[in-house]
Design a protein around this ligand. Structure first.
Ligand SMILES: [Zn+2]
Length: 388
């Protein structure tokens, strides 16, 4: 029994040994070799590819390699390498859920990403200089300072001006503020008319478009605590400074005002986990739609799409700017929920080229604006509570 087994083993050995003893095949060229060895042949398993790559793992066989050595064009110990197609460059990482997952609760995702970005931001060594009107309420000023620090941190990964100057004035300081703006910015708005018009609710503000100083001014009225939108003004103007730095604000209305209104209100409304403050603000701003409010409130999606299409350009009409505080704000909220703050910042920074919203939008978010506006229209009309 033992002998028989030995015989069987021996004969097996003889059979398998036969091909190994034969001289390795010489192939005429790589086309012929890869029919038998599709991933090529390596001198040893340790041979490292020096040519184009990445390559599929070659079969290591010294004898076959040596027989076909002339096929190793780059003399790296591997012949007839099979280059594997490089993987398609993936889209940049996004913290969002994508447009397909947008529901009426998307505002929570967007808010969480904004707050996370603020928390991860830094003040670096920025110096804020506050030029404060003589009649401005001190506690109100302190809340503005906190909001400004949050706004600075939100954009700090992409934008870190070393100094920011802010002129805060009350409705009783208009003459003082006019003089400050004229000497500091060489800017001569009629602030007296603004203050008289807005009275204690004064909340008018503007970011300085002059690149020599990073600055904005803001009227902080004495009744401003009663105006839900007042908390957003400082981070709104600071967001404009980031946008203006890259040129997009002058060209694209809903992007400009909607972006500033969204980030301004999300940062300005601190402790708003329930969304009550967001809701109060959106209700106020829904009135900015003017004659279009009734249609949008009744669920007319075509009106939303039409308005966003009109306002994606640079008409700078009062309707476009005011209306963007509402629709552009909600469109920005959808973008942040779907793609994250980081992708929105990349988009903002891409807008410095010639006028072409479609091009930059698709490049950043991978979809046509019209497809996006339909999603925004669903989002807006799914929330009838924002019109009450
Ligand atoms: Zn604005």
């Amino acid at each position: 029994m033992k002998k028989l087994l030995g015989l069987v083993v021996l004969s097996t050995l003889v059979l398998t040994a036969t091909p190994a003893l034969a001289a390795p095949v010489k192939f005429a060229n790589c086309n012929a070799l890869i029919k038998k060895y599709p991933s090529g042949i390596a001198l040893s398993s340790k041979s490292a590819n020096k040519g184009n790559g990445p390559i599929a793992k070659p079969k290591a066989d010294k004898a076959i390699y040596n027989a076909n050595k002339k096929l190793d064009a780059d003399k790296d110990g591997i012949l007839c390498e099979k280059v594997v197609k490089a993987a398609v460059t993936p889209k940049p990482e996004t913290t969002g859920v994508g447009l397909d997952a947008i529901t009426k609760d998307a505002w929570k995702l967007a808010q969480a990403d904004v707050l996370k970005t603020v928390a991860a931001g830094t003040l670096g060594s920025v110096s804020f200089s506050y030029v404060v009107g003589p009649q401005l309420d001190q506690s109100r000023l302190n809340s503005r300072k906190t909001a400004l620090e949050s706004a600075y941190k939100l954009w700090s990964k992409w934008y870190q001006p070393s100094a920011v100057e802010i002129i805060y004035w009350s409705e009783n300081d208009a003459a003082w503020a006019e003089e400050k703006l004229a000497t500091g910015w060489n800017y001569r708005p009629d602030l007296k008319a603004v203050a008289d018009g807005e009275k204690g609710n004064c909340g008018s503000a503007a970011a300085n478009g002059d690149g020599r100083t990073t600055s904005f001014h803001e009227c902080v009225g004495t009744n401003l605590g009663n105006v839900p939108s007042s908390v957003q003004t400082t981070p709104h103007e600071y967001t404009h400074l980031f946008q203006v730095r890259h040129g997009g604000c002058a060209l694209y209305d809903w992007y400009c005002e909607g972006g500033a209104a969204y980030f301004g209100s999300t940062i300005g409304n601190v402790d708003d986990a329930s969304g009550e403050k967001r809701l109060a603000q959106l209700r106020l701003w829904s009135n900015n739609l003017g004659a279009n409010k009734a249609a949008v409130a009744s669920g007319d999606k075509q009106t939303v799409i039409r308005l966003l299409t009109e306002w994606q350009g640079d008409s700078h009409t009062r309707d476009a700017i005011a209306g963007s505080y509402f629709l552009g704000n909600l469109a920005t909220e959808v973008l942040v929920a779907a793609f994250g703050v980081e992708r929105w910042a990349d988009f903002a920074m891409s807008l410095s080229g010639p006028y072409d919203f479609e091009h930059y939008f698709k490049k950043s978010f991978g979809v046509e604006t019209q497809t996006f506006y339909k999603i925004v229209a669903d989002y807006v009309t799914d929330q009838p509570e924002i019109f009450r």
